[in-house]
Ligand binder design. Structure first.
Ligand code: IVH
Length: 671
């Protein structure tokens, strides 16, 4: 066989294998036996071994995984990956509907209902019909580049054919079927490896594997649920878009339904509650989406949640087990948090050993006694909780729980302020509180200081080198003491110090969140940072200033004021300031950079660089890059063979640059 024959045979084999892949993994209706498929696959692999120059990245043979990575690259999402608001009852669903129906001024409009898969959101970018990038959601703006791993999922097409847009991105949920999860855990048990708690964790863990050969062994699957962005035309409704994506070979959940109005949602929801146990995968609710894109656009997004969609969650999954004892944790702000110690029980695929009990009153009210058989539930992301006792199973040997009168960690006395449900340790320097604060401070969503795990934190406190989070920044002058400590190797000390130094430039919102102000989660921190723009300003804020912000109620406002009035907190902030930690809002790039305020659109072929590069340059200089010419577009860069975008730009009177002019502009901007 000469190279030309080999090339032809390889192409034919790829086409055939892709087709059978699609039949098997996407349509779930194979046409040939597994043996026959394996035979074709082996022939392809053999030929590619003989003619390695003929291997292409979209060959089905490339799904087996590649050499391990050191770290994942970062992918900036061109359009943010949003999350969804929840409705936990029929009333909440109707409230959502009424709100949006009022906003758009229509009473009846089509909706699409889809099962909410419990997996991991990913974005897949296709260029010239080929899969080029696969990314995780990350924080919604930037995710991890997991292309190699996603390529191993057989139901993700490596290439799509026909007349497809030059570039587009689809989004979907990677998941593990119940059967796949079971098989995986069985294999792990045999190999003596720790088991995954649930299919979601297993899917997420598999996608975040640095070694894609491991991912390739995991029976992952995907349902595509939307188009992220597209360069060029797209249908005008969600339903048509899904039909279109299906026709391109993407795997779309066949249970998706197009509904005439909101009335139909409840029946469908009830149907799925009855049926969900029989689904081959786990779903935690029904996502209801407004079908028409023009309406979606009018409804827009609040915070990170689109108004045009809502997740109508299934009720929590419950189980019964025995309450062995009640433990007490000391939280960040000194609260004594009782928790249930349970006889381990499986709830919705997760083994529960502990569950929340909220507070003393709650335990009383529900009449939960130690030794009771109790109902426990977990609902999605929420912390598992004890719902109540099964009174009929009481033996009479049950005991009442009482709050300890002394802190279980430092032994100081415990108070319960009048009118409050919580009890507090009275010792402001209780090590448990300081420790919890430190844990939050260094955590990923906060200042993300790696190298301070539980052991290190404990050691730092015990040595007295760290009394509060502000002390972290003076550790660099105490290197000898650190290295002298047990369990602190020189290398890990220098890593830790580097991580601490590296945390000084985090955005203000993260530092604010890291301080652990009560009721100030990461989203609230972002709102506060955006509004006050510096720690100083925020620390001077009055009740009025704070509550004038729509998202800030009196509870948060009070807690913020209380925090900044405490001497111990002032001292911490002083330490941070002295160390040079950013306490001001970072300059928004858009305001200062030469391309700020400009939206570029590229069309045609560019000589000097790829589109991705060009867009990266634009973004570096503060501009944004759009996919289609709209009124917002300020500059169109037209390369060779420009398409209809050029006509559109002319129509709108948009500024048009040749590639040469664009290069000049880049040069100028650099100066
Ligand atoms: S739509 C703007 N559709 O749920 C809408 N999401 O809570 C965003 N999810 O990050 C996504 N099934 O990971 C959509 N049929 C579905 C979904 C779905 C699961 C996940 C997705 C998203 C999260 C939002």
């Amino acid at each position: 066989m000469d190279t030309e024959d080999a090339r032809q045979r390889i192409e034919k084999l790829r086409e055939t294998i892709d087709h059978h892949n699609y039949r098997y993994y996407v349509l779930d209706s194979p046409e040939i036996s597994d043996q026959e498929y394996d035979r074709l696959f082996r022939e392809l692999v053999q030929l590619e071994e003989e003619y390695p120059q003929l291997i292409t990245p979209d060959s089905p043979s490339q799904r087996v995984g590649a050499a391990p990575l050191e770290v994942f690259g970062v992918v900036e999402h061109r359009e943010p990956m949003l999350s969804l608001g929840n409705a936990f009852s029929g009333e909440e669903l109707i409230a959502w509907y009424k709100r949006i129906s009022g906003l758009i001024g229509e009473e009846r409009f089509e909706l699409v209902a889809e099962l909410k898969m419990d997996g991991l959101a990913v974005a897949l970018t296709y260029e010239e019909g080929k899969l080029v990038t696969g990314a995780t959601r990350g924080d919604g703006f930037r995710g991890e580049d997991v292309t190699q791993n996603l390529k191993t999922i057989r139901s993700i097409p490596l290439a799509v054919s026909g007349s497809v847009p030059r570039r587009f991105e689809v989004r979907g949920e990677v998941y593990l079927s119940r059967a796949g999860f079971k098989k995986l855990n069985e294999a792990r048990a045999k190999a003596g490896q720790p088991l995954f708690a649930n299919p979601r964790n297993a899917a997420a863990g598999s996608i975040r594997q640095l070694d894609s050969r491991v991912t390739a062994q995991r029976p992952l699957d995907i349902f595509i649920y939307g188009l992220g962005w597209v360069e060029g035309e797209s249908p005008s409704t969600h339903w048509e878009t899904m039909e279109y994506l299906k026709s391109l070979g993407f795997k779309v959940n066949p249970t998706n339904s197009l509904l005439g109005d909101i009335e139909e949602v409840e029946a469908l929801y009830q149907h799925w509650i009855a049926e969900r146990e029989h689904l081959p995968y786990e779903a935690d609710g029904v996502v209801v989406k407004v079908n028409r894109f023009d309406l979606q656009e009018r409804l827009g997004v609040v915070g990170r949640e689109p108004r045009w969609a809502v997740a109508y969650k299934f009720p929590a999954i419950q189980a019964t087990t025995r309450l062995l004892d009640v433990g007490v944790n000391v939280g960040r702000s000194g609260t004594l948090n009782p928790y249930a110690i349970l006889e381990p029980v499986q709830v919705g695929g997760v083994t529960l050993k502990r569950a929340a009990l909220h507070n003393e009153d709650d335990i009383r009210r529900k009449d939960i006694r130690i030794g009771d058989t109790v109902t426990v539930q977990r609902a999605g992301e929420v912390i598992p909780e004890v719902v109540g006792p099964v009174v009929s199973l009481r033996t009479g040997k049950e005991r009442f729980f009482t709050m300890p009168t002394h802190c279980p960690v430092c032994g100081s006395s415990v108070i319960r302020p009048e009118g409050e449900a919580m009890s507090y340790c009275t010792n402001a320097s209780c090590p448990a509180q300081a420790y919890e604060r430190l844990k939050l401070f260094v955590s990923r969503g906060a200042l993300d200081i790696q190298g301070i795990g539980e052991k290190q934190a404990e050691a730092l406190f015990q040595s007295g080198l760290v009394k509060d989070v502000g002390d972290l920044y003076s550790l660099k002058d105490k290197k000898d003491e650190l290295t002298a400590m047990e369990r602190m190797a020189e290398k890990s000390v220098s890593n830790m110090l580097a991580a601490i130094e590296g945390s000084k430039e985090r955005p203000l919102a993260r530092t604010l969140f890291a301080l652990g102000i009560r009721h100030v989660g990461s989203e609230t921190a972002e709102i506060l940072a955006e509004h006050f723009r510096s720690m100083d300003e925020l620390s001077r804020a009055t009740m009025e200033n704070l509550t004038s912000i729509p998202a800030i109620g009196p509870k948060i406002a009070e807690s913020v004021i209380d925090f900044f009035s405490k001497e111990s907190n002032k001292a911490i902030i002083q330490k941070l300031r002295k160390a040079g930690v950013r306490l001001e809002m970072e300059e928004s790039k858009r305001e200062v950079l030469p391309f700020s305020g400009h939206e570029f659109v590229l069309t045609g072929k560019l000589e000097a660089f790829s589109r991705t590069e060009a867009e990266a340059r634009i973004k570096e200089l503060g501009g944004s890059a759009g996919s289609s010419v709209t009124k917002k577009t300020t500059i169109l860069v037209a390369g060779a063979d420009p398409g209809s975008k050029l006509d559109r730009a002319r129509e709108l009177g948009t500024r048009i640059l040749t590639e040469g002019e664009f290069l000049n502009l880049l040069e100028e901007a650099k100066e």
